[in-house]
Design a protein around this ligand. Structure first.
Ligand SMILES: N[C@@H](CCC(=O)N[C@@H](CS)C(=O)NCC(=O)O)C(=O)O
Length: 203
């Protein structure tokens, strides 16, 4: 199994942290996501339908889209307890892609990464809207976590790796607050086996 990623990618962090938590032996390769797409390696471009990280190669099959990769791995390593558990995970994985995964990556790129790509700079209107979206969505998450350790109860689930990934970079993003229940849950994520800073895990 081989994973392609980058330390600036919360999408890649979801998959790398999940593999490390599961203690699955795998190869890892850093892809320069700031390079021109056509300059990336042939192996990566062949495997990655969208030329993006994360991309996973397993048994000569190619997998892209972070949340879809989490589902593939959770199925392969029997992490879902039953159909209901899988469905509950899918609900949060789809929510993440449209909520936290919409606002935080763009805000972080705007605040931290415009030197690497000037196109990451947001207009004031887009910036204000994403901050507004974040504040609403993080409170949905905070409310859900008020009486439980992880998103689906007492045990960590694949959805936690997805929901937490960009929040684990929250201290790099200006003008956002992490509410109390979310902050405690992020501490629990950092206490799981396999956790290291993204800059170490995905170097
Ligand atoms: N929806 C995708 C997003 C993947 C994505 O946007 N990857 C970025 C890094 S976070 C990337 O590879 N960017 C390089 C490029 O687009 O050329 C997922 O969930 O995996």
């Amino acid at each position: 199994m081989k994973l392609f990623g980058h330390y600036d990618s919360g999408h890649a962090l979801k998959v790398k942290f999940f593999l490390d938590w599961l203690n699955i032996d795998h190869e890892y390769e850093l892809v320069d996501i700031y390079s021109k797409r056509e300059d990336r390696s042939t192996e990566f471009l062949t495997a990655s339908k969208f030329a993006e990280v994360p991309t996973l190669i397993d048994d000569n099959n190619y997998y892209t889209q972070s949340n879809a990769i989490l589902v593939y791995l959770a199925e392969k390593f029997a992490v879902f307890h039953n159909d209901k558990h899988k469905q509950e995970n899918l609900q949060w994985l789809v929510w993440e892609a449209n909520k936290i995964g919409l606002c935080l990556p763009q805000l972080r790129c705007h605040d931290r990464l415009t030197d690497k790509n000037p196109n990451f700079k947001l207009s004031q209107g887009a910036y204000d809207w994403l901050i507004h979206r974040y504040r609403h969505d993080v409170n949905v998450l905070d409310n859900e976590l008020r009486n439980q350790k992880f998103i689906l109860g007492e045990q960590v689930s694949p959805a936690d790796f997805s929901l937490s990934a960009y929040l684990l970079y929250a201290d790099e993003i200006n003008n956002i607050e992490v509410p109390k229940n979310v902050a405690h849950w992020l501490d629990r994520m950092r206490n799981l086996n396999g956790w290291q800073s993204p800059y170490t895990m995905l170097a």
